[in-house]
Design a protein around this ligand. Structure first.
Ligand code: HEC
Length: 153
């Protein structure tokens, strides 16, 4: 008995569907792995552009209040006596040296928005991972502007 070639059609349809769903799943998964807590992983150039843009209307005095509001200073304590996080003293000068590809502003922005990207020696990735989504652009700019002041602490 000759097999009707059409009986194979559902199998082909199922296979095609399987491939489409698999590819779609992989695409979503690949995209998802680029984002940690909704924060994209940015290139060096993007970090610089973002930091520069955030600083345009930034106010370091508001930033000084925001590091208290966002509890940054509960870990980043003056004097660093707690050993939980490096103190902010000298952060502006240090930030220019941490990653020579990044400007001080871009490094500080990366530290806040993507805390795991660079770990200060001797510390673990203990920073809240979601500041990038919790803070508005204005707040982020203000905090960066504050930390760029030589007398930040
Ligand atoms: C739960 C504790 C904690 C809180 C809260 C916290 N941080 Fe941090 N932060 C750390 C630790 C630990 C490190 C060092 C490890 C690393 O590089 O991520 C760090 C590193 C940094 C660095 C890089 C410091 C350097 O010397 O290179 C910056 C800048 C920074 N934090 C800014 C902030 C800001 C701004 C906030 C608030 C919006 C904040 N942090 C809140 C723990 C904290």
């Amino acid at each position: 008995v000759k097999k009707n070639p059409l009986t194979g059609a559902p199998v082909v349809v199922a296979l095609v569907l399987f491939v489409v769903v698999t590819v779609a799943f992989m695409a979503v998964f690949a995209l998802g792995s680029q984002t940690a807590n909704g924060v994209e992983t940015l290139s060096v150039a993007e970090l610089k552009d973002r930091a520069d843009a955030l600083l345009v209307d930034a106010d370091p005095e508001r930033g000084a209040a925001l590091v208290v509001t966002y509890a940054c200073t509960s870990c980043h304590r003056e004097g660093a006596a707690n050993g939980i996080a490096p103190a902010f003293e000298g952060i502006a000068a240090r930030s220019a040296e941490r990653d020579l590809q990044l400007s001080a502003a871009a490094y500080i922005y990366q530290s806040i928005a993507q805390p795991g990207a660079f770990l200060v020696e001797g510390y673990v990735n203990a920073m809240p991972q979601n500041y990038g989504t919790r803070m508005t652009d204005q707040e982020m700019g203000d905090v960066i502007a504050y930390l760029l002041q030589p007398d930040a602490r």
